[in-house]
Design a protein around this ligand. Sequence first.
Ligand code: SF4
Ligand code: FES
Length: 239
Amino acid sequence: MAEEYIQLTINSTPISVPAGTTILDAAKDADIDIPVLCYFAHTTANGLCRLCVVEIEGSRMLQAACVAEAQDGAVVHTRSPNVERARRTILEMLVSTVDISESPELQELVVEYECFPERFEGGKKRQPAIIDDNPVYVRDYSQCVMCWRCVQVCADDAQFTYALNFSGRGFDTQIATFFDKPLTETTCVFCGNCIGVCPTGALKAKREHLLEQGVPPEKIMEFTRLKSKRKQSRAEDAL
Ligand code: SF4
Ligand code: FES
């Protein structure tokens, strides 16, 4: 059966795409850039961060372009004043709660959208301690933007391991293992997929983390090899 095509306009550019295409993909076809944060091409899109919102004429609410399907006849604006204000506010709130010092793309967006990070100064910041409980990677959730990519890639989108999920509620929500167990006591197989999809420095290979701490390479090799816990703790004690 022939594929059905729809016509829409994005920023005055007429576009024709197969029915079912998201606004984000339709915009990409026309070389129109829409910023994303939680969206990743290889994980399920859930529309969590709202950084990709766009304005559709006749629609009361801004729509998340990564999950909203393009509609026939739609007139879409990706940089209207409403869109810019929404993105600026989201970024300002992110900066007020999360450490984005290792997220250059987010830093660029903060500049591009002329954010005023001091706007929410004095607000509560997420500052949990770094979790270093295995030889493969460290978790610094003060840099976590709750995009959920790591949870999805650990679950049905790739690995089917289910070692990570949400815990807590409201402001205290964070990514965690079941009952906050060390990763070595979970179903984690240390595939590294979660590190690969993390858009910030929240998940980092332990070797990279130790290099940044100034630990000599031979010492790093010694205690980042997967081995018995007893041998590992002896190597770490010798540091
Ligand atoms: S740890 Fe990284 S991938 Fe996981 S939710 Fe946080 S920012 Fe996203
Ligand atoms: S990128 Fe679309 S909601 Fe996060």
